[in-house]
Design a protein around this ligand. Structure first.
Ligand code: NDP
Length: 338
């Protein structure tokens, strides 16, 4: 059983060798008398929140830290090989928290969700039909009070969450602009995801001027994925009574000293509602979200772009690539053929 072990707590930017590929023997069955489920992992998800789990416990994260010397855990899609739990049978396809390894013994399988629709790529359950999909839906549709005709700005717009936020905003009839870190991503935003406009933030010397160019009358909703200088520039360009959904701040995750934000007074003068949220608080919305998203995908109103790394051994570099923008779309790792 090949597996990826978390070496030790990380400060600053993580590196490939903070995660180590090892191998161990395991019995390919659930221990008799237990309620555990043994799954064969098919896809693993690389998500920015995993950086928080690499820091020492207590350092600004909303999930528990990884344990040095233990297998990395994260979202994934797998097939049940053996089950001691009445809700699961060999052959079932499931998604949920699993290990970065070929086979995982899930001791508390109640958290696994059985995959209902298989007429879509199974990897989508790490993305649009998984945690990032619900995140985009909750943060935008549920918490940002969007209305037809409003102006929406999305940062890290071509990623797992951002590409969906932009498409949800278009479905409501908003005017949407996204920022991303390369020309390839900017083209994708406009040609594939239907954003009205997009720009490469790395080529803008003055983010305030770039936003003024794209939003001469200001921004009603900002979907915040990056933080730092972008947030500061956005605050200057928000409209009165605007909303900022704070999903994440990836530009800050590897900094030991976080960037200062200077323009927070705009929250007062413009009466802005700025709200942080985390997806685990909104799991009850998953069933209704899934029904909506599957219809949109089947009928072509939503599309989803993934970046698939081949093989478990590629997982560490795929995860680290999120912090330099190497991924184009949702970063997934294929561990085994379906
Ligand atoms: P992405 O698929 O968007 O991948 C991360 C992207 O972030 C990179 O491709 C890169 O794109 C961009 N990025 C990396 N470093 C920087 C930087 N220093 N400055 C600006 N952009 C940077 O990730 P997700 O869609 O999975 O996540 C997006 C955000 O949502 C993250 O902040 C994440 O933590 C958050 N999140 C929050 C959840 C919640 O429950 N609150 C749940 C899921 C995600 P580019 O080339 O454009 O720079």
């Amino acid at each position: 059983n090949k597996r990826i072990i978390f070496k030790d707590y990380v400060t600053g930017f993580p590196k490939d060798d903070d995660m180590i590929l090892t191998s161990s023997d395991i019995e390919l069955k659930a221990p008799s008398g237990s309620a555990a489920v043994l799954i064969k992992n098919l896809y693993l998800s690389c998500d920015p929140y995993m950086r928080g789990k690499m820091s020492k416990p207590g350092v600004q994260s909303y999930t528990a830290a990884f344990t040095p010397g233990s297998v990395i855990t994260g979202y994934g899609v797998g097939r049940v090989v053996d089950s001691g739990h009445p809700n699961f049978q060999a052959g079932d396809l499931v998604w949920g928290i699993t290990g970065w390894e070929e086979y995982s013994l899930i001791k508390a399988p109640e958290g696994l969700i059985k995959i209902k629709y298989t007429d879509v790529p199974l990897s989508y359950y790490t993305g649009i039909f998984g945690m990032p999909g619900l995140t985009a839906y909750v943060g935008f549709n549920e918490l940002s009070s969007p209305k037809k005709g409003e102006t929406v700005f999305v940062s890290a717009a071509s990623g797992a969450v951002g590409q969906l936020v932009g498409q949800f905003a278009k479905l409501i009839g908003c005017y949407v602009v996204g920022s991303a870190g390369s020309q390839e991503k900017v083209d994708l935003l406009k040609s594939k995801f239907g954003f009205d406009d997009a720009f490469n933030y790395k080529e803008e010397h003055d983010l305030n001027a770039a936003l003024k160019r794209h939003f001469p009358d200001g921004i009603d909703i900002y979907f915040e994925n990056v933080g730092g200088a972008m947030l500061d520039a956005v605050l200057l360009n928000m409209r009165n009574h605007g909303r900022i959904a704070v999903c994440g701040m990836i530009s800050q995750y590897n900094l030991t000293v976080k960037d200062a934000v200077h323009n927070l007074m705009c929250l007062v003068s413009k009466r802005i509602r700025m709200q942080g949220f985390i997806e685990p608080d909104h799991k009850h919305l998953y069933p209704q979200f899934l029904e909506l998203a599957i219809q949109h995908i089947r009928e072509g109103r939503l599309v989803y772009v993934e970046d698939v790394a081949e093989g478990l051994e590629k997982a560490p570099s795929a995860l680290i690539g999120l912090f330099s923008g190497r991924n184009v779309g949702k970063q997934v790792v294929r561990v085994a053929q379906e």
